[in-house]
Design a protein around this ligand. Sequence first.
Ligand code: PLP
Length: 430
Amino acid sequence: MSDNKEHGLETLSIHTACGPDPSTGARTIPIHQTTAFVFDDAEHGADLFALKKAGFVYSRLTNPTVGALEEKLAALDGGVASTCAASGHAAQLLVLTALMAPGDHVVSSCKLYGGSVNQFAQIFPDMFGWESTTFNPASAEEAKAALTPKTKAIFAESLSNPEGVVADIEGLAKVAYEAGIPLIIDNTMATPYLCKPLDHGAHIVTYSTTKFLSGHGNAMGGAVVDGGKFDWSKHADKYPRLAKPNANYNDMVFCEAFGPAALAIHNHAVGLRDLGMNQQPFNAYLTFIGLETLALRMQKHCENALEIAQHLESHEKIAWVSYAGLSSSEHNVNAHKYMKGQGGAVFTVGMKGGYDACTTMVKELELFSHLANIGDTRSLIIHPASTTHSQLDSEARAKAGAGDDVLRISIGIETTEDLIADLDRVLNMV
Ligand code: PLP
């Protein structure tokens, strides 16, 4: 497509980087299931290795099928470029390796997905020497108070998994701007259908594409979208990998050579090259095709989730529902500001019958799959206290929002009446 900026999300999600293939006329993209790419001649090979020419060398760094997905993801968020990774966790690691050194610090939301909490609180400090301090994502003041001279980024989920806390993206962007550091937003739960963090001042967006972007529970993946607006050269001492000579590439300075796409190119040319967490072409293909129906799916996910959350909120067996789409939610104001007034597809409920009622629900429901995922066309359910958070004691579980009485539900795009009937049938048993 000639000028992406003119088109709406639905058009971009179908037409961006989508052929037809010039050599065969194939209407949709081929899966380039190849490890390496033949050079035209010796000079071509040398130029590709020195990053003097764009092109394909080896699929750990770049691959045409993965590249098509990267182009589409950048277009959907209004970024300059993006980099796909093997998973959402890999994307988070990838972006931070470009920005952080041992002893550095990141300010991270206290409402991250549990696996990310573990990454930031345990693994990053233990393995890489990256310290973190948490803050409430709805409070820019708390983020500001957590900054240290070593802070290299602020990281938050736009819409948190699972409680649906909506981050104050504009407030956080202002704090980041004043501190001369980038704001990184994990937009996995919202997707560009509900929220475009770059439009609210964020500098970088990360995804677990495993969830709503691929949308069918069949492809692991992650991505880092580079907004292209952060001026690395102004903060060269803080971000030497992007703004100082790189000995591996003939002392090239990434932000001088690649301008606004410096981070995205670094993520390929150094991050993926040296850490090796590239996305596989078949997964990229599945996500690329899944994205074609992103808007349709998200609309139905949100409509279904709102109707079911409202139904459960007034059900006698349910103590509470935590869903930003409900007008009773404390996050509803920010949902109007950042999420088109909607709450996405995931929420938590508190069962009056406690632990036993939760285990009956996950056992007896027929249309809800009991598993550890979100963002599938199918409705999904999990009881964190007996699964993902079972290693914690009950006090720690309650603090993490995973008390004995909590169920996490990811609403699919099935017929709403059928989902409600299934829930009511089992609620009658507890
Ligand atoms: N971010 C969020 C909001 C998630 O929900 C998840 C996984 O559930 C991740 C990141 C990690 O993604 P992945 O499982 O693709 O590594």
